[in-house]
Ligand binder design. Structure first.
Ligand SMILES: Cc1ncc(C[n+]2csc(CCOP(=O)(O)OP(=O)(O)O)c2C)c(N)n1
Ligand SMILES: [Mg+2]
Length: 524
């Protein structure tokens, strides 16, 4: 057996034996030893092999599988620019501590800087974004893969393969594989959080700092404080519409807390961040302080959920929150029309029990935060590590692969940004709802609205019809223009991939109506 084949098999064997179930491969010659070893293993059903021609897509697709399964996923590509196409997802994985195992093929180190084809500096290309890096050549094996490092984020192995790279023997090596699944959770001991506050608030960032939903729900219940959840679909007991009524400085002043505990990062609403800053004592719980956010400010910092030595909230404090929430809910319930706010409210209310939701950055995730009535029965995901509008179709499809029925709500630019995510030959069930406001709606809600050149450099209208693009790619697509049609979309069985485009009023109109809603909070 040649060196390259045997190096690849050592790696593939350890991956399968660790209980890893999926791998995403992109085409290329230099990665042939790994691709063929994974293919041989997949024929024996030892691992599921997914193929994506676009490495950016491949890496985000893997990230989606990681989100839905909690297990590490290896990605395999050839040398050169392919490696750089993984970078966006590696960054997202780094900022969410996601176990992405990046396997990039390379030519032997001796060929670097010699003008050899498709050869560049791949060693440490992802810099501090990976928890472990190794530049592997033939003579270093046998070696142990750094699975421990995957517990806190992505790992990069740059694997040098020399010719010959095709196997010259049988698949017998697969007979010896014995799977003994590893646990990939962190293993540190919790410390105690002591607080005498009875006017405390728990604020939960959208991705819960990567902590499991069950553990955060249990923590929140035990704490017994009002909950502000960026993702109201995961916390049915959260205060409804907090991000909306806290836009009022008067209401913020009436609700100044003694202590705020923040789980993860709150990145969606200025109102919530302005509110959190009012608390004399701020506590942050986030495993990422051990990796990417080490300088984060707070009075007390925890890298995992602490044991509680706290007081429950006083009934008066809970009543105050209920009062504002109910008054705001009246305004929200009165909203009508086929607008972004109403669409978000209705999606939240009508997603079938047991379904999974992926939501893109920018307006859709913020509209759900503000306008959804908190509920249970839906599993939600988003790319909040760096809030990129890239890789969203792919992430959603990775999630959908490992979930029962998935809906993905994307802005039109997020959709257009990742069209190559739709290129594959797998059977995946996912309904995409594209909120089409012909450009980046978020920018009309920011101070740059109206500056000279706004439409050119911020709004970026494209004039394209996402449904027509999807159809041209052989994907079923429809356009809807009423809440009734939206409800039908959410009731329909999710079979295969389909695109539902909701053409909404102009970005300016939307920003004006949001402004009016926020202003109305001063008089509730
Ligand atoms: C990769 C990447 N490029 C640029 C941005 C900056 N950005 C944030 S929101 C946004 C516009 C998103 O538009 P769309 O997906 O249509 O959502 P909308 O704001 O209209 O709801 C852009 C370009 C980003 N977050 N990620
Ligand atoms: Mg848009």
């Amino acid at each position: 057996m040649n060196n390259s084949t045997s190096l690849a098999r050592v790696i593939v064997r350890q991956i399968i034996e660790a209980g890893i179930t999926d791998v995403v491969v992109s085409p290329g010659s230099r990665n042939a030893p790994l691709s063929l070893a994974f293919f041989a293993a997949s024929k024996r059903e030892l691992i599921k092999l997914h193929v994506r021609i676009d490495e950016r897509t491949a890496a985000f697709f893997a990230l989606g599988i990681i989100k839905a399964t909690g297990r590490p996923v290896p990605i395999v590509c050839t040398s050169g620019t392919a490696v750089a196409n993984y970078h966006p997802a590696v960054l997202e994985a780094s900022h969410t501590n996601a176990p992405l195992l990046v396997l990039t093929a390379d030519r032997p180190a001796i060929l670097r800087k010699t003008g050899a084809n498709q050869t560049t500096e791949q060693a440490r290309i992802y810099g501090k974004a990976v928890r472990y890096f190794a530049d592997i050549d033939g003579p270093v094996f046998p070696m142990e893969l750094p699975f421990d490092s995957l517990r806190s984020g992505p790992v990069h192995l740059n694997v040098q393969f020399d010719e010959p790279m095709l196997p010259d023997d049988s698949d017998k090596w697969l007979d010896e594989i014995v799977i003994s699944a590893k646990a990939f959770e962190s293993r540190t001991k919790p410390t105690t959080l002591k607080s005498d506050s009875n006017r405390g608030v728990l604020v939960i960032g959208h991705d819960r700092a990567g902590l499991s939903l069950e553990s955060v729900r249990k923590f929140a219940k035990e704490l017994g404080w009002p909950i502000i959840a960026e993702d109201p679909l995961s916390f049915p007991d959260a205060v409804a519409h907090a991000s909306i009524f806290l836009t009022s400085a008067q209401i913020r002043a009436a609700l100044i807390p003694q202590t705020v505990i923040v789980i993860g990062r709150t990145t969606l609403s200025r109102s919530i961040n302005a509110f959190s800053k009012l608390a004399p004592t701020q506590v942050v719980i986030d495993p990422r302080m051990a990796t990417v956010d080490s300088d984060r400010q707070a009075d007390k910092r925890f890298t995992q959920l602490p044991v509680l030595n706290t007081h429950k909230a006083s009934p008066e404090w809970l009543d105050q929150w209920d009062k504002y929430s109910l008054r705001c809910a009246k305004n929200v319930d009165g909203l009508t029309g086929f607008t972004e706010a109403v669409i978000a409210k209705e999606i939240a209310a009508n997603l079938p029990e047991g379904s999974t939701l992926f939501v893109s950055s920018s307006r859709p995730i913020r509209d759900l935060e503000g306008f959804a009535t908190p509920r249970s029965g839906v599993t939600t995901h988003a790319n909040r590590g760096l809030a990129g509008i890239d890789g969203n179709i792919s992430t959603a499809l990775g999630i959908a692969l490992a979930s029962k029925q998935t809906f993905a709500v994307l802005g039109d630019l997020s959709f257009l940004h990742d069209l190559t995510g739709l290129i594959h030959r797998e059977e995946i069930n996912c309904t995409f709802i594209v909120i089409n406001n012909d450009g980046g709606g978020i920018f009309s809600t920011l101070p740059q609205r109206g500056v000279d050149g706004f439409e050119t450099v911020f709004g970026t209208p494209h004039g394209l019809d996402p449904a027509a693009i999807a159809k041209a790619m052989g994907i079923s697509a429809t356009t809807i223009s009423s809440i009734d049609e939206l409800k039908k979309t959410l009731k329909a069985a999710v079979e295969g991939i389909s695109i539902v485009v909701a053409n909404v009023p102009s970005r300016d109109e939307n920003a004006d109506s949001l402004k009016a809603i926020y202003e109305s909070m001063n008089s509730i």
